[in-house]
Design a protein around this ligand. Structure first.
Ligand SMILES: *Cc1c(COP(=O)(O)O)cnc(C)c1O
Length: 212
């Protein structure tokens, strides 16, 4: 299948009210251009530097481009992240929220932010532990961050549905509307559990190519 056919297939499986975030990390520049030519404008990247390399020179030509940061962020890159990304999906600790708030104030920006939750309690993964979520959201709100939703990446080996349902319940509790969950392997399950945005990479672009 070529890109157009894969895109058509994925679009058919995503209802209109759910946003497709095309995950372009580790894809060659031609693939990004193909996606732009097909009309896609919302992309996810997990590393700040790679995202700059991919997109900085394209922003002026595509003013409706929206970039989502979906990979863990170091506090010392908060400024760069705020300057490039339109949505930050990985707020997961107070120190990072503090750094983002300073960067946003400096740049006079208030992009939507999502709090990443470590639903599977995996030590190697980013995300706030579920029991600390309410405090973190309160901290972010006190800083004036525009927290609009929650994001998660369930453990690879688990049935994702219970994790997605837990995230949906937590968002509801907090009055948050955005739910970023579901990737190539499980986005339909995520949509059934209430996802409002799905992050799809390999099943759209094919295998990731660049080793970084
Ligand atoms: C890479 C990545 C994706 C996309 O994964 P695929 O399985 O290729 O669709 C989604 N979300 C996050 C956070 C990622 O890092």
């Amino acid at each position: 299948m070529n890109f157009k056919a894969r895109l058509a297939d994925i679009k058919r499986r995503i209802p209109d009210n759910v946003t497709l975030v095309a995950v372009s990390k580790m894809q060659p520049q031609e693939a990004l251009q193909e996606a732009l030519d097909a009309g896609l404008r919302i992309f996810g990247e997990n590393r700040v530097q790679e995202a700059f390399d991919h997109w900085a020179h394209l922003k002026a030509g595509y003013p409706d481009l929206k970039l989502h940061l979906i990979g863990s962020l170091q506090t010392n890159k908060a400024d760069d992240a705020v300057s490039l990304f339109d949505v930050i999906e990985v707020v997961d600790r107070e120190k990072l929220a503090d750094a983002l708030a300073i960067a946003m104030k400096k740049q006079n920006k208030s992009p939507p932010c999502l709090v990443q939750v470590n639903v599977g309690r995996e030590p190697q993964k980013g995300g706030v532990m579920p029991e600390n979520l309410d405090d973190l959201v309160a901290h972010c709100r006190a800083l004036g961050l525009n927290i609009t939703g929650l994001m998660c990446i369930p453990p690879l080996e688990d049935d994702p549905a219970p994790h997605f349902k837990m995230l949906a319940a937590m968002a509801k509790n907090l009055g948050l509307r955005d739910l970023s969950m579901g990737m190539s392997a499980d986005f339909e399950t995520a949509i059934a559990c209430g996802a409002t945005q799905v992050r799809v990479g390999s099943s759209l672009f094919g295998e990731r190519q660049k080793v970084t």
